[in-house]
Ligand binder design. Structure first.
Ligand code: B1M
Length: 213
């Protein structure tokens, strides 16, 4: 098995220490950082994402795989910068104001990063103005909002309104998700994309960034 396959396989099994060692070996062998990232780490995370979507693996497996990916990425980060690898797009992500649930949001972040997107994570309890301020300052193509409470999901409509008021509504796509959120709700508040799970959110975000260019 090639070292890249080994990285991918071990990432899928959540073997963070082994992934770290293998990534270091691949670097020492002179493999390009971009290739190690794409054919080793991201390809492994893709498999995990698909399995998660199909209910073949669950949250704990995704979290350990993501931890393994992060350990590998940490070694590659300085090299990727110098190799001129650009991110596929920029997303500002957070759980809406009044809501402290972050497990799903963190999964969305990991899946998006697994697709090569740059994610600015504002954490939880994020005010509508904050998403918009950061999207504007950082030139994000996407604002992504998570909500787990029926009492806080309405905040997503305020994010849409705030983006309109700030004059950036035609420059950003607004993605929404979380257990109580539905396609109908997304349409009603004028957001752009609703997805049911983190892996689908990452697929949709990549597609949106590719459309925007
Ligand atoms: Co809370 N909580 N909680 N809670 N909690 C729920 C959500 C609840 C359904 C439990 C229940 O009553 N059955 C209920 C909400 C009821 C409602 O609104 N209808 C509830 C409540 C009421 C509360 C409190 C108000 C309880 C209280 O204090 N009285 C309180 C609120 C605090 C606050 O936020 N202000 C509270 C607190 C907490 C804890 C702090 C204890 C803890 C959160 C810890 C943390 O997140 N760090 C917690 C937990 C863990 C839960 C449950 C048990 C699990 C949520 C979770 O993480 N699921 C939950 C019950 C349940 O769901 N079984 C519950 C796993 C996670 C992977 O799923 O986040 O849905 P989820 O993410 C999914 C999708 O929704 C999607 O992707 C993920 C899967 O791939 N997704 C997106 C998420 N964001 C997305 C964004 C996207 C796309 C997809 O695009 C941008």
């Amino acid at each position: 098995m090639s070292i890249l396959n080994e990285i991918s396989e071990n990432l899928q099994r959540g073997k963070a220490k082994v992934v770290k060692e293998l990534v270091q070996q691949a670097i020492d062998q002179g493999l390009p950082a971009k290739q190690i990232l794409e054919e080793g780490l991201l390809s492994g995370m893709d498999v995990v994402g698909e399995k998660f979507k199909n209910n073949e693996v669950f949250v704990p497996e995704v979290l350990v795989a993501a931890r393994a990916m992060n350990m590998g990425v940490a070694l590659l980060k300085p090299l990727l910068g110098s190799a001129g690898v650009e991110s596929h797009g920029k997303v500002v992500l957070g759980t809406v104001k009044g809501d402290l649930h972050d497990i799903g949001k963190n999964l969305v972040k990991m899946m998006m990063e697994g697709k090569g997107l740059e994610v600015i994570d504002l954490g939880t309890d994020v005010a509508p103005e904050k998403y918009v301020e950061v999207a504007k300052e950082q030139g994000c193509q996407i604002i992504a909002c998570s909500s787990l409470l029926t009492t806080t999901m309405g905040m997503m409509e305020n994010v849409v309104k705030e983006a309109e008021a700030a004059g950036i509504r035609d420059q950003v796509k607004i993605m929404v998700g979380g257990a109580p959120v539905t396609q109908e709700f997304c349409d009603k508040i004028g957001a752009d994309v609703y997805t049911t799970d983190a892996a689908s959110a990452a697929d949709a975000a990549l597609e949106l960034c590719q459309q925007v260019g």
